[in-house]
Design a protein around this ligand. Structure first.
Ligand SMILES: [Cu+2]
Length: 285
């Protein structure tokens, strides 16, 4: 009996260590009217978790060594693409109504950006870019940072041409929301306790540069899409060029409610009004 039990424990242990799990997810490419702070509306697109358009892109997550089986459905009326930034082998296209299945896995924790590479950067700019997190824990948050020049959304949606050298954005969002609404997004607004290990998967999927500043706390970079040299740095400000991201670890040392905002101060406005942009708080108790 003892021997049988030992064998069972060994087998279970073996399974835990060597057999990674599968997770599956489906995302839909949707078109719609995005609702922004101050009641502003503009045409947008998104990779959403249902066939109905919303400003927020699906937040994809997979464990280290696990496999994500991802189904992408083109629910829009035009050709779209799917790719994962910085990783080869994923680039593919979907005609209207098409479905694509991809499998993804990573042996290390990281943040990835999945996006539409067709007509780049226009489709990604219209909203088709989201975060794929590898190695999330129970205290994980997602900050998908975007910017829009509202009249350009109208132009691009109606087939117009824009000159990216003249880009001057006027709306700034995290997960499709601006201050003050962003503080109601439980996947964005960090809430925790002293000593927690909090992970923040942050990506700039807009077309402007941003520089995210933490008041009250420093974070350690666990992974950076732009350079392996960044890992291990402990700082309070994180500059993000377009389509770059960080995986940050925050272990709070003090209680309080502290702001996090973009140090490019234009980005803490919305429609020209302060503080309706990239501005949220961290609450540590
Ligand atoms: Cu600041």
């Amino acid at each position: 009996m003892k021997r049988a039990l030992l064998t069972l424990v060994c087998l279970l242990g073996f399974q835990t260590i060597f057999f990674a799990g599968n997770v599956s997810d489906t995302i839909y490419i949707n078109s719609g009217q995005g609702l922004f702070v101050n009641g502003k509306q503009m045409p947008c697109k998104g990779f959403n978790s249902t066939p109905t358009y919303e400003n927020r892109n699906a937040q994809l997550s997979v464990g280290i060594m696990d496999t994500l089986v991802l189904t992408i459905v083109n629910n829009d009326t035009i050709l779209h693409g799917f790719d994962i930034r910085g990783i080869s082998g994923y680039k593919d296209t979907l005609q209207q109504g098409d479905t694509l299945e991809v499998t993804f896995h990573s042996s290390t924790p990281r943040v990835c950006i999945y996006y539409d590479h067709i007509n780049y950067p226009n489709n990604a700019y219209m909203g088709l870019a989201g975060i794929l997190a590898v190695g999330a824990n129970a205290n994980t948050y997602y900050w998908n940072i975007k910017d829009h020049q509202s009249d350009w959304n109208d132009s691009i949606a109606s087939g117009g041409v824009v000159d990216w050298l003249d880009y001057y954005p006027d709306y700034f969002t995290i997960n499709g929301l601006s201050n003050p609404d962003i503080n109601s997004d439980t996947t964005a607004r960090v809430e925790g306790n002293i000593g927690d290990t909090i992970l923040i998967f942050m990506a700039n999927t807009g077309q402007a540069e941003h520089s995210i500043h933490f008041h009250g706390y420093h974070c350690e970079i666990l992974y950076s899409t732009s350079s392996s040299m960044h890992a291990g740095r402990i700082k309070d400000t994180f500059p993000l060029k377009r389509m770059e991201g960080y995986l940050l670890r925050l272990v709070p040392h003090q209680t309080g409610e502290y702001p996090v905002h973009d140090h490019n101060l234009l980005s803490i406005t919305g429609g020209g009004l302060y503080p309706f942009g990239m501005f949220l708080t961290i609450l540590i108790q």
